[in-house]
Design a protein. Structure first.
Length: 80
């Protein structure tokens, strides 16, 4: 359909989602081959969803997500 309209093909979209402080932004930077997302060795650096475009891919970096059904105060302290 895009070819019929003389449009370029759409990039492949990749989302990196997971627990806080496990290296999602660092993985995105490694895939990109350069710094595309701010990354530090502490939780809470990524505050919102971030899109980065790299060689035919659209990479989505997300802040850490803690599933609600596993969340107790003790578990949340250990994950954060």
């Amino acid at each position: 359909r895009r070819a019929l309209r003389d449009m370029r093909p759409r990039n492949v979209r990749v989302a990196v989602i997971g627990y806080p402080n496990v290296g999602k932004s660092a993985l995105l930077n490694r895939l990109a081959g350069k710094v595309k997302a701010k990354s530090e060795n502490r939780a809470g650096v990524t505050k919102a969803l971030q899109w980065s475009r790299v060689e035919g891919f659209d990479l989505l970096d997300s802040p850490g997500i803690i599933p609600a059904k596993f969340l107790t105060q003790e578990v949340a302290v250990h994950l954060a």
